[in-house]
Design a protein around this ligand. Structure first.
Ligand code: UTP
Length: 237
């Protein structure tokens, strides 16, 4: 297992119509993070906006706000709210930063002082996947896990293409070709990773894992270097 684990935790994981399922997920997730920290590793979690971001952004649009920058700021607020709710799961945890870092520099500072840091977005123009990838770069982490609500990266959009094939192992360059690199994710796109983050991962040869974060046991396997269900994106050696 790498010394530093960076997890992009999709906001969609924080809501579920089945509340029992959500409670079980939370308990399993807390146990997993505790087990990693017990092994003297540091964990850095970047939480997405999920339903809250979508709700607040559409409310703002209804009120006439059109400016992408302003809408992004509303999304960022939602990611930070969600980060706070994940922090609350870890109260009694002695080495957690109970504040949400707001920038990459604040994230780095927190990492240097705590074993567990949880943050949300930073600046407009990208998603929290990109924040996680930027953090992994400055923390020199060997692994970024994108825990989202899809099981794999696919050859095409599985929502519209019944022939879409889930990919288990691809290179960063292949991920770049599939996602497009460096361009903001398109509204309504279901691609598993923010292309801006993919560009940064390619530049820095940062391996990524993309998997469905609802399955905490599968997330554990990916982090512990065991066989897991999802997409492993390799850098070059
Ligand atoms: P998310 O990271 O949640 O994006 O940020 P998402 O694509 O909806 O991801 P999931 O489904 O939760 O995993 C929500 C919105 O917040 C703004 C963007 O508008 C983004 O779409 N945001 C977030 C930023 O502008 N900058 C950030 O650093 C993070």
């Amino acid at each position: 297992m790498p010394d530093t684990i960076v997890i992009a935790l999709g906001g969609s994981l924080l809501s579920d119509d089945n509340l029992d399922k959500l409670e079980t997920w939370k308990i399993d997730f807390i146990k997993l993070i505790n087990s990693i920290i017990d092994l003297e590793n540091k964990v850095f979690i970047v939480v997405g906006g999920g339903k809250l971001a979508r709700k607040n952004i559409s409310k703002a649009k209804e009120m006439g706000i059109k400016d992408k920058f302003e809408l992004d700021l509303i999304g960022i607020d939602a990611t930070r709210e969600n980060a706070k709710s994940i922090i609350k799961l870890f109260t009694n945890f002695r080495i957690i930063n109970e504040n949400v870092p707001k920038s990459i520099d604040e994230g780095l500072d927190s990492f240097n002082n705590f074993n567990l840091t949880i943050m949300g977005g930073t600046v407009p123009g990208h998603t929290t996947d990109t924040v996680a990838i930027k953090m992994a770069k400055v923390l020199k982490s060997k692994l970024v896990v994108i825990a989202t609500n899809v099981s794999h990266v696919y050859t095409s959009d599985p929502r519209v293409d019944s022939n879409a094939i889930p990919l288990e192992k691809i290179t960063l360059e292949e991920l770049g070709s599939l996602s497009g690199v460096g361009k903001p994710i398109q509204p309504g796109s279901s691609f598993a990773v923010d292309p801006i983050g993919v560009g940064i991962a390619i530049e820095n040869n940062l391996p990524l894992v993309i998997l469905n974060g609802h399955d905490v046991e599968n997330l554990r396997k990916a982090i512990y270097g065991e066989n897991f269900k999802g997409t492993m994106v390799y850098g070059s050696d």
